[in-house]
Design a protein around this ligand. Sequence first.
Ligand code: C2O
Ligand code: CU
Ligand code: CU
Length: 557
Amino acid sequence: MKPSSRRKFMIAAGAGTAAGLAGGFWWWNRPRLEHAGLPPVRDPAFPNPLPLPGSDGMFGVLDVAGTVAIAAKSARHAMLPGKPARMLAYEVQHEGRKLLNPVLRVRAGATLRANLWNTLDEATIIHWHGLKVDANNDGHPHYAIAGGRTYDYQYTVLNRAATYWYHPHAHGTTGKQLYLGLASLFIVEDDEELALQRALDLRVGVSDIPLMIQDKDFDVSGTPAYAPDAEQRASGYFGREVLINLAPRPYFDAATRIYRFRILNGSNARIYRLAFRSGERLLDYRVIATDGGLLDRPYRTKEVFLSSGERVEVLLDLRAAREGDTVWLTSRAFDPMHQETGPGAHPGHGAAPDPQPQAGEHGMAHHGAAPAPQSAAQSGSLPDGAAVDLLRINVAAKVRYDRPVPATLAEIVPLDAKQGASRKFLLQREQGQWRINGLTFRMMETPIVVRRGATEIWEIRNSERSMPHPMHIHGFQFQMLSRSGSPEQQRQLAVNAQGLASADLGWKDTVLVWPGETVRLALDFTHPFNGDQVYLFHCHNLEHSDEGMMINIKVLA
Ligand code: C2O
Ligand code: CU
Ligand code: CU
């Protein structure tokens, strides 16, 4: 070897080492491009970058340890591009950063102080959806504070790691305030969760992507318009634009690796039938977590139903994709089962019944259409159950990624409810109102009284002449035992003999109950708090709960 070539070789080796190190840091910051491809194709029908949680601004991530001051206020934000308009948001000022609707991230076991300042001209209160806290900290409507007032929360995070969320809960205005913008995620982390993040190189906002799905209508100024008429209060309020993280028709540039999506249905009433598709082909993905955190293992599926208030976390494996490929997160057509007037009956606000939706029927409900402002009265133009694409995922970079999906995720100890008392609930519309066992909400009445520490089986039956109701309980997570009488579109997703779908497994706080269906849940009313605790059991169709499809539950001291 001539000296000159040897010298070259050493320089090359040195450069290689340096590049390797730099590559390591580069990898840490963002997916490394293997070769610079063409810029990703921009689809004029999906022109808006998906808002990702960063360190400030809308959905900025705030690691909470100690105290956080949250103001509920009117803010200016362009949900429709180029149309900055008024909305409501939670604002946090923290070390010179201003965050709106911050994604709050906490360690399991941490003690948190949250100070809510209501600068609105009406009452509000924050409810921490899914958290096991005492009644004083739960945000029950009884604790709603008037404009100008403050409310102090202090609690220890007893929950396991999961994607929880927070939103307003003043009685009668929850639907409106949430629709106008008040809502965000509350991510709890623990050791099991951090192990998964390390195993798959997951980082929030980069490869671990929160998706808050909401449908809204806007007035001409770009302000979300909430004005349900009597029929919309009975069916729920449906918007024509489906937004993710408050952006309509978003796209996301992805690399050839595994992504985690933490999907929250933050819509007032709309249900989504979530699938990933490439062209007309539905892709396999893995359900890894539900409302209360990781499942025992990943479950392969092609679709899940997600109703208002529910969360599902999924892994999408793009390793086999090629640069330039497009993958869509879509909501497939389904029978919305608005059959209040009898099975099979479909009043005007429902989509046409479609018992066997085809993969090819991806509704082009708003593809290519300009985001034309429109009034709430036209909201029927994207009927409940209509197919609609939600997110365009552009495979824009090739990366090396060889992390295997773990075979197991967490330990789920089944609740032993065999000796437990069982309670029956019937969901039905009577005398012009949705009711739970014939009851509607009375602030000071507690029709359900539970013994502390009791394990109970709840059997929730939805009448045939009904519509789907996502039923939610405060203060406790439950395990689903069975679904029966399910419509075919639900039954075909069953992964066990009890009729449960993958999205029904693990720990849950909200469950979708279809007309004619009965679901059975196991609940453990053990808690460490002093005194009687009053929580809520309600439908998370927010027009339904605002109209009173909600009852108090007292857990005795
Ligand atoms: Cu997310 Cu009582 O609600
Ligand atoms: Cu809740
Ligand atoms: Cu309901």
